[in-house]
Ligand binder design. Structure first.
Ligand SMILES: *Cc1c(COP(=O)(O)O)cnc(C)c1O
Length: 274
């Protein structure tokens, strides 16, 4: 079973909409701008640009690196965020510690929206799942970046939650959990893929998994996290004891860039021919 959080809203969807819910709905009378940082292709960057637009806030985003390719060929999250009015600051020496003493009118949201406030929207996701599947037996799976979504989902959900690290390894993910929540008894179960996939790199088997999912489910998944997530499930099927509910966390705008990269690799055509 798939929970289609990618369909929440055309512009504001997936787990970033869940994580930023607090900032969308809350009362912030003195706030005039939001500042964040991270990669120039990030799904979180795009969702923050939508949030800022909806709330009429200025959006300032720091990144350490902007490739000349992306700069000259704006696309995906980067292009859409700029169209939403994002002010991008490229600074290879950026350190978030510098943003410690911000004025009252400025909100800082850490990279990937890995913040405690994310729990508010993820709690709603947990409620929805519980309402939808009341009385049924199931286990939940979602792939992790910062692990914020998986962590809080398990915190508020009675069903067991499984996840796999897509950025870094299991010890990185565990540290991320510990930053947000000290109670280890409510951490999700971490499963691993046999092979180590470096985040954002191109792997033929990830692309093949993505194509296979599209063909068999008629659902487009994200190309960064979801193929790793599905491989983790298939490689660890014996760990699951109940039907699996997979959370589709959106991020489809970022696929444009990834598909183009796979096409430039030549694998795209390769795979179609077979
Ligand atoms: C951001 C994102 C994730 C990772 O979410 P975390 O809460 O950082 O673990 C997973 N899938 C998609 C599609 C995302 O955009």
């Amino acid at each position: 079973m798939i929970k289609r959080d990618d369909l929440l809203n055309r512009d504001f969807s997936g787990n970033k909409a869940r994580k930023l819910y607090h900032f969308l709905k809350g009362d912030f009378p003195s706030v005039k701008r939001v500042i964040s940082h991270g990669s120039s292709q990030s799904n979180a960057m795009y969702s923050l640009s939508v949030l800022a637009k909806m709330r009429n806030w200025e959006f300032i985003y720091y990144t350490k690196h902007l490739s000349s390719y992306l700069k000259n060929n704006p696309q995906g999250n980067y292009k859409a965020a700029l169209q939403n009015g994002m002010k991008l600051i490229v600074d290879e020496h950026f350190e978030k510690e510098r943003l410690r003493d911000l004025p009252q009118d400025t909100l800082f949201i850490d990279e990937g929206a890995a913040v405690k406030e994310a729990k508010e929207g993820i709690k709603l996701l947990a409620r929805e799942i519980e309402d939808q599947y009341r009385g049924e037996e199931l286990e939940v799976f979602l792939p992790s970046g910062t692990g914020t979504t998986a962590l809080y989902l398990q915190k508020y959900l009675d069903f067991r939650v499984y996840t796999t690290p897509c950025v870094g390894d299991r010890s990185y993910l565990f540290k991320q959990f510990a930053k947000l929540e000290s109670d280890k008894s409510s951490y999700p179960v971490i499963i691993d893929t046999k092979r180590k996939y470096h985040f954002g790199k191109l792997y033929k088997e990830l692309y093949e998994m993505w194509l296979e999912l599209k063909a068999s489910t008629k659902i487009e998944f994200d190309l960064l996290y979801d193929p790793v997530g599905w491989i983790a499930i298939f490689e660890n099927l014996e760990r699951f004891t109940k039907p699996i509910l997979y959370i589709h966390q959106g991020g489809l705008l970022g696929n444009e860039t990834m598909i183009k990269r796979y096409q430039r690799r030549g694998w795209h055509e390769d795979i179609r021919e077979r």
